[in-house]
Design a protein around this ligand. Structure first.
Ligand code: HEM
Length: 476
């Protein structure tokens, strides 16, 4: 595909090998000596001085992507202060990137900028054989018996947490969801009860996430969010490492305790450092994504009261006080609601990769050492696949309509291929348990002046106004 392009002469065979074995010194050496590929032959401008296209990517991505697509087709340049990149739009682009045949794309080199020193050795930034090995280890924590254990923790914790929310007046729903998921997360991920220890750990987690979003990334500026994030990462890592011996002595339902008892292919207990790296990344991968999804769902339910009532009836028809594993599939309409919220407001609006080799897409030759991104939001609104894409319509996911089943890569809120989200069932379960306890007991409404969901796409899709909603207790 590449030899005649005249673009670059890079085969990058060595880096593929270094990534496959996670040979960090060699990967770092590659990063130091390699410059990004030249993109002047790819259509699309550079946007604003310094900021490039950041504003449009963060705030107005639908309209911007539609304009760009109309002008340039599915391949064009985009720029942020951190990267020049090539955007690849549509399900065929998603297929090329996620299937990753020929090992063209690296996750490490795409995500390292965001994660370095904060979430080192994260599963999401492992590549090829090394990734496959590590994913197999972590996968054990998401099998049915493990999820059944998590449900035992989540049912009472989510129920109690929601009961503490103020009713009868408008509150910032996103902030409440975020706090609740942090507290429940401390229990279900780490096995820590609410209290000072959970507060310390939760604060460390908040600082690490803030560090990820710091564009300056200078660890020597001790008060910067990045430097604070690095210190918090050390606190969290220390907590995990210090507690592994104790957790190995007892059996617990939380993910940390479970990982401490898991064994690799040779029957050996998983190494402490691997438990640490998996745990810290899972906390990150799980928390803000689910907060983003629940915020979008709550907005949708407050805007569609009849549909909210239908979900309430679905919950009540179970005739139970909590959800068990076998109830999950019965909550069909709730499942479509989750899917539709993630179609309209996917937590990750773009998904990045780094091209290790020259490749061709839609008649464009893209050189090795280019950052590429696929776009969830663009694909999720393509009128070729979705009827009235700007309308909230959960029935589009019903078996009768199955709008999502026309192309395997048209619906990608959880990514695809080797790195497809490992926690998607966990997220489905958590969202359903949350909605079960909420909707059975409360009605969610919004002010009639609130006409649309106000959100930013960067770093994740979050409401910009904290999501002012009102919760009223239902008296039966
Ligand atoms: C609505 C909630 C969630 C959304 C929208 C979401 C989205 C995603 C996406 C798009 C990716 C792939 C990124 C890429 O390919 O570069 C991913 C990966 C991942 N997610 Fe999620 N996620 C969610 C919840 C969770 C939860 C609850 C967990 C864990 C409990 C989790 C664990 C992971 C892990 C471990 C990976 C890395 C998989 C790998 O590299 O093999 N996620 N997620």
């Amino acid at each position: 595909m590449r030899a005649t392009t005249g673009l670059s002469d890079t085969n990058n065979t060595d880096i593929v090998e270094s990534l496959s074995t996670f040979d960090l010194p060699k990967i770092r050496a590659f990063q130091k000596r390699t410059k990004l590929g030249k993109l002047s032959h790819i259509p699309g401008g550079s946007g604003l001085p310094f900021f490039g296209h950041t504003y449009w990517l963060a705030t107005d991505s639908h309209a911007w992507l539609d304009r760009k697509y109309a002008k340039n087709g599915p391949v064009f340049r985009a720029k942020t202060p951190i990267h020049d990149m090539v955007m690849l739009l549509g399900p065929e682009a998603n297929k090329l990137v996620f299937k990753n045949e020929g090992k063209i794309f690296s996750n490490f080199l795409a995500w390292d900028n965001t994660f370095e020193n904060l979430f080192d050795n994260a599963l999401l930034e492992r590549d090829f054989a090394d990734h496959k090995k590590e994913r197999k280890v972590l996968q054990q924590a998401f099998k049915r018996p493990a999820i059944e254990g998590h449900m035992q923790i989540m049912n009472p914790a989510l129920k109690m947490g929601i009961e503490q929310w103020r009713t009868g007046r408008t509150i910032k729903a996103m902030d409440h969801v975020k706090k609740l998921l942090l507290n429940v997360g401390a229990k279900v991920f780490l096995g820590i009860e609410m209290g000072p220890q959970a507060d310390t750990i939760n604060q460390a987690f908040i600082d690490i996430v803030a560090g990820c979003g710091d564009p300056i990334r200078r660890k020597e500026i001790w008060f910067s969010p990045y430097a604070k994030g690095i210190r918090a990462s050390k606190t969290l890592c220390k907590y995990i490492m210090d507690n592994i011996p104790e957790r190995r002595k007892v059996v617990g339902l939380d993910i940390f305790s479970q990982l401490c008892h898991m064994r690799d292919d040779e029957g050996k207990l998983i190494k402490d450092e691997i438990i640490r790296d998996h745990m810290i990344f899972v906390l990150f991968a799980a928390h803000d994504t689910t907060t983003s999804a629940l915020s979008a769902i709550l907005y949708a339910l407050a805007s569609n009261l009849e549909w909210q009532e239908e979900l309430r009836e679905e919950m009540s028809s179970l005739n139970k006080n909590g959800i068990e594993f076998d109830d999950i599939d019965a909550l069909q309409k709730t499942g479509w609601t989750f899917k539709e919220a993630l179609r309209m407001y996917p937590a990750l609006s773009v998904i990045p990769r780094y091209a290790l080799k020259d490749f061709e897409f839609n008649g464009h030759l893209i050189p090795a050492n280019t950052m590429v991104t696929v776009s969830t939001v663009f694909t999720h609104y393509m009128s070729e696949y979705w009827t009235n894409p700007h309308t909230f319509d959960p029935y589009r996911f019903s078996p009768e309509r199955a709008e999502d089943k026309q192309h395997f890569f048209q619906y990608i809120p959880f990514g695809g291929g080797a790195h497809k989200c490992l926690g998607l069932h966990f997220a489905d379960v958590q969202v359903k348990i949350f909605l079960f306890h909420l909707l059975k007991n409360y009605k969610v409404t919004k002010n009639s002046k609130m006409k649309k969901y106000k959100y930013n796409n960067v770093p994740l899709t979050f409401p910009t106004d904290g999501l002012p909603l009102r919760f009223d207790r239902i008296h039966r």
